[in-house]
Design a binder for this molecule. Structure first.
Ligand SMILES: NC(=O)c1ccc[n+]([C@@H]2O[C@H](COP(=O)([O-])OP(=O)(O)OC[C@H]3O[C@@H](n4cnc5c(N)ncnc54)[C@H](OP(=O)(O)O)[C@@H]3O)[C@@H](O)[C@H]2O)c1
Length: 306
């Protein structure tokens, strides 16, 4: 009898899942105006390349202007008739200056942003005791406070213009769901991004439901980018030692493709991780002590290998 109940429940679940899959509406992103922060390398650059191929009008932000310019030149040479990306040199960690940045304000005045991708971020590689409060401050200024500032700025315009179907994408991390040793401030900043996005999503649904603005949080596992090297150099550690996890991570292009799909299908929460890491998220929720023991043992193993 029990097996009959179990089979009936799984059939119902499968049918509901199938119905949800078939009824999912796809929004075409081609030709939309998209602002990407941290577009000079890694995931931001991969997103820019893919979205340019969809003929989107890109607005690319970062500090390294030479890298942004090279990327633009390369893209324009590839498809001269597609909209030429616009670039803005800005230090987002100086978040108080975001609202007074004239080139950004000029663009926000004239272009309707259909999608904001808050991607710029920095990480750390040090224990709580070894991390100076200045580094904690820098991480929070860029990973959280600049994201909130830019979101408020863009969202105000979206609401003023009564724009429909806009999307805010916040790039968090798997470490926004589960913390690991030596990443305390990075993980805390990404947990803050997750909470901010969840609150914002509910507020927009409640107050501006007719505009159908989506908030999507993306929590990827390791991606092969410069993030680890940047963290090492900030901590004055040996850059050449690299980061084993990052070097074994996903290709930025793969993650970018998955994010674009999430924008098109208006997903809320996207976790991009191998199956064992999904299990770790559940283990943390259901049996925290077990998760902590497992992570301490893993960290000891990793340190012993070095
Ligand atoms: N790599 C991973 O394993 C991984 C995993 C999960 C989540 N993520 C997240 O993915 C996002 C992208 O990181 P990534 O892996 O692509 O690393 P990345 O290659 O180091 O890219 C970081 C980007 O952020 C920009 N940036 C850094 N500081 C900035 C500042 N003060 N002002 C403006 N822009 C700044 C950098 O540009 P400039 O230096 O030119 O300013 C760069 O374009 C981050 O939010 C990261 O937390 C990464």
């Amino acid at each position: 009898m029990n097996w009959l109940i179990a089979v009936s429940i799984s059939c119902c679940c499968s049918l509901l899942f199938l119905r949800w899959l078939l009824r999912r509406k796809r929004f075409n992103i081609s030709g939309k105006t998209i602002l990407i922060t941290g577009a000079s390398s890694g995931l931001g650059e991969a997103l820019a390349r893919r979205l340019f191929n969809k003929q989107c009008q890109l607005i690319l932000l970062a500090r390294r202007m030479d890298r942004l310019e090279n990327l633009c030149q390369e893209l324009v040479q590839l498809h001269p008739s597609y909209p030429k990306p616009k670039t803005i040199q800005i230090d987002l960690s100086n978040f108080e200056q975001i609202t007074s940045c004239s080139s950004l304000n000029n663009i926000l005045q004239h272009d309707s942003i259909d999608c904001l991708i808050n991607n710029a971020g920095i990480s750390q590689r040090s224990s709580v005791l070894d991390t100076s409060i200045d580094i904690v401050n820098d991480i929070f200024r860029l990973n959280y406070l600049s994201l909130v500032t830019l979101t408020k700025l863009v969202l105000t315009k979206i609401i003023e213009r009564k724009q429909k179907n806009a999307t805010i994408v916040n790039i968090s991390s798997l470490q926004g769901l589960i913390a690991v040793p030596d990443r305390s401030s990075y993980a805390a900043s990404k947990h803050a991004v997750q909470a901010f996005s969840d609150s914002l999503r509910m507020e927009l649904k409640e107050e501006y439901s007719e505009q159908n603005i989506n908030v999507c949080v993306v929590s990827p596992s390791y991606i092969r980018t410069e993030l680890g090297q940047q963290a090492f150099s900030r901590m004055n550690k040996d850059e050449k030692s690299g980061d084993d996890n990052i070097s074994k991570g996903y290709e930025a292009d793969y993650v970018a493709e998955r994010i674009i799909k999430a924008i098109e299908y208006r997903e809320n929460d996207v976790v991009i991780a191998p199956f064992v890491q999904y299990l770790a998220i559940w283990l943390r929720r259901l049996w925290p002590t077990g998760y902590f023991r497992m992570m301490v043992a893993r960290n000891k193993r990793l340190k012993a290998k070095k």
